[in-house]
Design a protein around this ligand. Sequence first.
Ligand code: ACO
Length: 321
Amino acid sequence: MYASFRSIGAYIPEDIRTNQWFIDRMDTSDEWIVKRTGINQRRIAAPNQMTSDLGVEAAKIAIQRAGIALSDIDLVVCATISPDYMCMPSTACLIADKLGLNEPMSFDISAACTGFVYALSVAKAFVESGMKKNVLIVGAEKLSSIVDYTDRTTCMLFGDGAGAAIISATENKDEAIIDVRCSADGGQKDLLLTPGVESGEKQYMQMKGNETFKVAVRTLTSDVVKILENNNMTNDDIDLFIPHQANYRIIKAVGDALEFKDEQKVLTVDKYGNTSSASIPMAINDCYESGRLKAGDTMLLDAFGGGLTWGSALLKFAPKK
Ligand code: ACO
């Protein structure tokens, strides 16, 4: 049995927060933000919208596009670092309930910006082992609730949103998710963290941006080299290279080092900012809705985030015929 990537969906919050919002509130400029990050705007969820609400909207689209019944879903995995509740219930439980699913196994993954790739790896393993047949994976974030808007060095980076996909069992090897690599190094936890409840600090994201930048470029590049080598594939086998959307300069440095052509590279950070675990599925959805992603295309995903965590994935887009 193989695991196939059947469908994609996303939810993009309505409220657009441009760079002017930050200029009105702190010592910064449009030129600095665009030059250092490539970000022009990000989307911000409404005050009454929780992370699970964003995930539910993305999931509804992915489920409808997969052409499966709600009762077919037997596992829900949600990647998030901005859950509705601190530890429990998990956001995956809330999403399953709000969708009216039939009590599937449901749990969250905490792997920051690598969360969607981790969720893909978990879904692949459950399907290939025969334990589950249709897995809903969701990357959903309301980062605006954990951003410190007094920290001008990080607050303009982040936005809200959600993406979701259905991973289903198939006997057709041509439709299979080819490979997923996931790694972590807790020794570098201090680069990017949210303080714990007993720290006495507010639960806002803290980042050593400059150091994180360098590790991100190095790690994102080397992981792609490894996954391509391990699968005897080259750049020419890739239709779309979809890196985590953290910063335009990171994506450019990695894309250039790996020598991907412009038509292979996917860039959405300019309009959504960094949406952590939602950034890759939101980017895949953009490609799908614009007609850039077609059935049978090979995608290469590449992510990096707090933990530190990192991961890459090689997969076919395999909508049901
Ligand atoms: N406006 C104007 N000037 C600013 C601002 C601002 N908003 N913020 C900082 N500056 C100034 C600094 O004070 C500094 O001034 P100085 O040279 O006079 O001391 C100068 O700009 C440069 O500051 P740096 O921190 O060195 O800026 P850098 O070029 O590193 O850019 C940034 C900062 C955008 C945060 C970058 O480091 C970055 O993108 N890092 C990686 C982020 C990332 O990929 N994170 C991983 C994923 S996120 C996750 O897992 C949730």
